[in-house]
Design a protein around this ligand. Structure first.
Ligand code: SF4
Ligand code: SF4
Length: 166
């Protein structure tokens, strides 16, 4: 049969030495690699006793912010929900009553504000879209749970605690 190419590489196989036949160089090489790892920085940590430091641009759980006077900043404009690619945000807007001026900063507020943490991809677009600096992804990691319904976070979990209770 005609060869496919004119290039030829002749492989020479030298007979193995006694040491090679007893795998001694291979064992020594393997051990030297193992030993070198003793002096390297560990790649793993002993979680959960030790926790890694998060990167400065880590995005965690959302928090709905209050202003300097402790009033909820969110005005239920819906821009965060509109910009959410995962359609994870649901809200119901309500009008502020005169006696609620100390609770809500704007005339309109979110009477219901829910985020489905199973849908959220922590992209941060809601934070970017908010014109009132009312939502930030500056919380911890969303904890694990067993039931889907427990991943729907309402205002009880999202709104910052009142100033005097911090
Ligand atoms: S972080 Fe992204 S996916 Fe999650 S609620 Fe905000 S916009 Fe939606
Ligand atoms: S969190 Fe911001 S963007 Fe979302 S409804 Fe409230 S004010 Fe609007």
């Amino acid at each position: 049969m005609e060869p496919l190419t004119s290039k030829k590489k002749v492989l020479e196989q030298k007979p193995l030495t006694l040491a090679e036949r007893m795998y001694l160089p291979a064992i020594a090489k393997g051990l030297s690699i193992t030993m070198s790892h003793f002096f390297k920085k560990e790649a793993t940590i002993r979680y959960p006793e030790v926790e890694r430091e998060f990167s400065t641009n880590f995005r965690g759980m959302h928090s709905l912010k209050r202003d300097e006077e402790g009033r909820e900043r969110c005005t239920a404009c819906g821009l965060c929900a509109l910009s959410c690619p995962a359609e994870a945000i649901t809200m119901i807007a309500a009008e502020r009553k005169p006696e609620e001026k100390d609770i809500y900063r704007e005339e309109k507020y979110a009477s219901v504000y829910e985020i489905n943490m199973l849908r959220c991809i922590f992209c941060g677009l809601c934070e970017e879209a908010c014109p009132k600096e009312a939502i930030y992804l500056d919380g911890p990691i969303v904890p694990s749970d067993y039931l889907r319904k427990d991943f729907i976070y309402g205002k009880d979990k999202l709104v910052e605690p009142p100033l005097n209770k911090k």
